[in-house]
Ligand binder design. Structure first.
Ligand code: TRP
Length: 382
């Protein structure tokens, strides 16, 4: 592998190379979630979460502040989102599952933004019809995660622009092109929709405060590649009379193929929520592992879970039990368990998960209105 290929690039629109999370924290200027903060979270939630313990969520901005406000009785809302550029896969669901836990434990509102404008502007090949179809399809996946409908508001940028534009124009006026270019690396060849777009991603952080006329803290669970957006959002927040949004940031969830990349050009690299369970099983059985060339060798020398995509799936979603995970890691390193056998444990778990998700996804088709942010229109005082 050449050095160039390995060079880390992390922007909201491109993630490549070998990811060094310590360096990201340093370069982005975020904070690590340390033991003290973790204890503070658990004191409120009364329950641990393996995605925090295992440092999938590892970085933050102002989370300590937002929790302090919460303890004082100043409750926050949460905000997350997704750009509907393709079908949802299991990797996407991982942070959403955490967000659901966070919503339940803090009994708080969730604003979930589907940025169909963003994907339409940033993906040259995406037609308008296609992005609308994907918005609908992705909303079904969001609902299928099991968020509480009375506390969940799915925002679709294009459809709900009337509720967003007042905030977006005010954000846009405060951000110069030179700032946007410096933060996002925009180039002259870009369409002007994309240049305006960051003002749209800022909106849900302020929407609740704006609708109810009460400054309300906001916590954004998101992958760390979205952080440049929050730098802009935080920069304008106080100028517009809002709190700076806090964030809790996760690592990238790896795919099933070598190098851990999930890529839409390689359908084997991810299990999509619409895959048949049988197809999912096939993908698991073909997944990249840290195994040796021959069974004999592996029994003698053991395998390497650190580079294994199957082990990452256990770690991040399918094996929340620490003891079970430690046990499988030990058997893997010691050569006691071979990769085929290990995959046989993962496959039925993914299949069962998919079956249940797909059932809820089917039901979601009748429930879109229960989750739609459109129902907030009546609450807006102008
Ligand atoms: N830009 C994000 C994406 O491409 C979507 C998004 C919008 C988002 N608002 C968000 C993601 C808030 C996390 C949190 O997927």
């Amino acid at each position: 592998m050449s050095k160039d290929n390995d060079e880390m690039v992390v922007t909201p629109w491109e993630v490549k190379g070998k990811i060094d999370y310590d360096r990201l924290i340093e370069e982005f200027g975020t904070q690590r979630i340390d033991k003290k903060l973790l204890d503070r979270i658990y004191k409120i939630t009364g329950e641990k979460h393996f995605m925090l313990d295992r440092e999938l969520f590892f970085s933050h901005r102002d989370l300590d502040w937002a929790l302090k406000e919460y303890e004082k009785g100043n409750r926050f809302i949460i905000y997350t989102g997704r750009g509907p550029s393709g079908n949802v896969h299991i990797g996407h669901l991982v942070p959403w599952i955490f967000t659901k836990w966070w919503q339940e434990k803090f009994d708080t509102r969730l604003y979930f933004q589907l940025t169909n404008d963003e994907k339409f502007w940033f993906d040259q090949d995406l037609t308008f019809d296609k992005v609308k179809q994907l918005t609908y399809d992705n909303a079904l996946d969001v609902i299928a995660v099991g968020f509480e409908p009375e506390n969940t508001f799915i925002i679709q940028d294009i459809e709900h622009i009337d509720m967003m534009y007042e905030i977006a124009v005010q954000v846009a006026k405060k951000v110069t092109f030179s700032t946007a270019r410096a933060v996002f690396g925009f180039e002259n060849s870009m369409n002007i929709g994309g240049i305006f777009y960051p003002s749209m991603q800022a909106v849900p952080a302020f929407l609740h405060s704006w609708i109810y006329g009460k400054k309300t803290p906001c916590i954004i669970p998101c992958a760390i590649d979205q952080d440049p957006h929050w730098r802009i959002t935080r920069d304008v927040a106080e100028k517009l009379g809002y709190y700076k949004p806090a964030s809790i940031q996760n690592k990238f969830v790896p795919g099933l193929q070598e190098g851990g990349k999930m890529s839409s050009s390689n359908p084997m690299s991810a299990v999509y929520t619409t895959d048949t369970p049988k197809m999912a099983r096939k993908k698991v059985m073909a997944a990249f592992t840290g195994g040796r060339d021959t069974a004999d060798e592996q029994r003698k020398l053991g395998a390497n879970p650190d580079i294994c995509s199957v082990f990452k799936y256990y770690n991040f979603i399918f094996m929340p039990d620490d003891k079970e995970l430690a046990d499988i890691e030990k058997k893997c390193r010691g050569g006691e368990m071979l990769c085929g056998e290990c995959k046989q444990i993962l496959a039925p778990r993914i299949m069962k998960f998919l079956e249940e998700h797909q059932e809820r996804r089917e039901e979601a088709k009748e429930r879109l209105h229960e989750f739609s942010a459109a129902r907030l229109r009546d609450e807006i005082r102008r």
